[in-house]
Ligand binder design. Structure first.
Ligand code: 5AD
Ligand code: SF4
Length: 519
């Protein structure tokens, strides 16, 4: 657990803070007229430390019986920013709220509790949250009983917590990514005390199993590991999400089996770096390839995973994926840059050549594998030639799509101390060139689908036209087709008839559908 104060004081002027009370490791300060109880505050030094202590797994329920009724007759509203890990954390928090008797609401004006589950990976994500807090201030003034909380990755940042404490005193609750299971207690403290409550553990805690989760739809996310030990120089995640720790295979398998029983059609296994799964087990030699082999035995139509690190992507995993079955042939393999020099400065621990070798191996084993990636442009010192190496790698691999970003310096990471010598206009121009290429490659890979038949999991109606259904192939390609709403949640065999840059159009193969309906 983190200390309160000391390193944190870089971002927070404790000399203006009056200590009102100190007990049980908690300190209550008066800051700008607001009383703030700090159970624990974030601390970068602790977040960076990777201790040897063994991670304990706890199976008890998170919600004590006396708090089960706390939310009766009340509503909650959560806004989620960022990645699927955050989306899944929100599912856990929804599960906790609902076990406490709270009901969900989309209308913030009606909500008794509003949480912002935040993302710290780039600055613009943070700006959005501070903008949102500005709006919510008015609501809080109108409704003083409202509990307003900030959680997720931004809460793990010293600078953010300091800024909220000093400038956004109307916030009631700040808690970190390692404190989610403490939500019932924190809500209780925020409801019954008048202070702002801050609880951000800098060091990851144990693994808590059996937390409730509220999943919706036919696709589910399952965490297989938490944290990241890679420390790529641009990335805040190892600080906000702590050290790598894997859930035990039997717990993951039991959860996926249960989802299969409930009728889920597709599962995505989640981790910041799923290929490092199992590295932290001391009692067994069981890695991601082994887990995927066990997943293949479960009767659930599609299993995906995200996100991969090229460094830990081993041959065993490729062999297991090549067996297919319910393991789909889509691999998201972030490369970040096509230049070995830039990769070195990013501390990615592979070269352009190694990445291309890995892609070669994957393609030989799974010739129709669809690869997607993440790219950062404008990393400190990236020259025009180095950027062009990224373009040439994109073409060489033939990615079907890519998430592309302009480098955003994150306080506390090594790259934030590198000289950011690329003018903004150059960064924007590189991003535009890259995106144009991503569009071309996407269209090219869609064209390969013309005339072919695919199994499409229908996810819902198209956003712009309710007569058109939208679904995904195993390779995660977006497919539009005409059909009744009753197909939502079903697998439909369809032939691709037309292609666009970002999706393909298809026609269902009716004969087969009829047969399916009869059998
Ligand atoms: N600036 C820009 N993009 C970043 N990413 C992570 N950190 C940064 C940063 N500081 C991107 C990487 C990663 C994806 C999730 O976000 O490409 O793979
Ligand atoms: Fe960040 Fe690198 Fe870890 Fe991915 S592997 S979460 S980019 S540090």
């Amino acid at each position: 657990m983190a200390s309160t104060g000391k390193d944190f004081s870089k971002y927070f002027d404790f000399s203006n803070a009056k200590v009102l009370n100190e007990s049980d490791g908690k300190t209550t300060y008066r800051i700008n007229g607001r009383d703030i109880t700090i159970n624990a505050a974030p601390n970068y030094k602790d977040e960076k430390r990777r201790g040897k202590e063994e991670i304990q797994v706890h199976y008890e329920s998170a919600i004590p019986p006396e708090l089960m009724e706390l939310g009766k007759g009340k509503t909650y509203n959560i806004t989620t920013y960022g990645c699927q890990m955050n989306e899944h954390d929100t599912e856990v928090m929804k599960g906790i709220f609902e076990q406490m008797g709270y009901l969900p609401t989309d209308d913030r004006n009606q909500a008794d509790v509003i949480l912002l589950n935040t993302c710290a990976v780039r600055e613009n994500a943070e700006d959005k949250v501070f903008g949102e807090l500005g709006h919510l201030k008015h609501l809080k003034i109108e409704k003083p009983g409202l509990i307003l909380g900030v959680c997720g990755c931004m809460s793990q940042e010293e600078s953010v917590v300091g800024r909220i404490m000093q400038k956004h005193g109307f916030v009631d609750l700040i808690f970190g990514t390692h404190n989610i299971h403490r939500l019932p207690y924190l809500l209780q403290d925020a409801l019954f005390g008048k202070e702002m409550v801050v609880e951000v553990w800098s060091k990851e805690g144990d693994i808590i199993e059996n937390l409730p989760k509220k999943r919706e739809g036919m696709r589910g996310w399952v965490n297989i590991m938490y944290g990241c030990d890679k420390f790529c120089t641009y990335c805040i995640v190892p600080y906000t999400r702590g050290k790598e720790r894997s859930r035990r295979p039997e717990d993951v398998i039991a959860e996926v089996r249960e989802l299969a029983r409930q009728g889920f059609k597709e599962i995505t296994l989640l981790g910041q770096n799923v290929n490092a799964y199992g590295k932290d087990f001391e009692d067994r030699d069981y890695r991601f390839g082994d887990l995927m082999a066990d997943m293949a035995k479960i009767d659930l139509p599609r299993i995906r995973f995200t996100t991969s690190h090229p460094r830990d992507f081993d041959d065993r995993l490729i062999d297991v994926l090549a067996e297919r079955g319910n393991l789909v042939e889509h691999i998201h393999l972030p490369v970040q840059s096509g230049s070995t020099e830039v990769l070195k400065r990013m501390s990615r621990k592979y070269s352009r050549e190694l990445y291309l070798d890995l892609v070669g191996k994957i393609k030989r084993a799974i010739p129709d594998a669809v690869l997607t990636t993440d790219i950062i442009v404008g990393f400190p010192g990236e020259t025009e030639e180095q950027f062009e190496e990224t373009l040439s790698l994109m073409k060489e691999v033939g990615f079907a799509s890519a998430y592309t970003f302009i480098y955003s310096p994150r306080a506390g990471t090594p790259a934030a101390d590198m000289e950011d010598n690329i003018p903004e206009a150059v960064k924007k121009a590189r991003l535009a060139r890259l995106n144009a290429l991503v569009g071309e490659l996407s269209l090219q890979s869609n064209k390969l689908m013309l005339g072919q038949t695919f199994e499409v999991l229908i996810e819902g109606q198209s956003k712009n036209n309710p007569d058109v259904l939208a679904g995904r192939t195993r390779t995660n390609k977006l497919v539009h087709m005409k059909g009744p709403a009753s197909w939502i949640g079903q697998f439909i065999e369809a032939r691709v008839t037309d292609v666009q840059t970002w999706y393909v159009k298809a026609e269902p193969i009716i004969e087969e559908l009829k047969q399916e309906a009869v059998s």
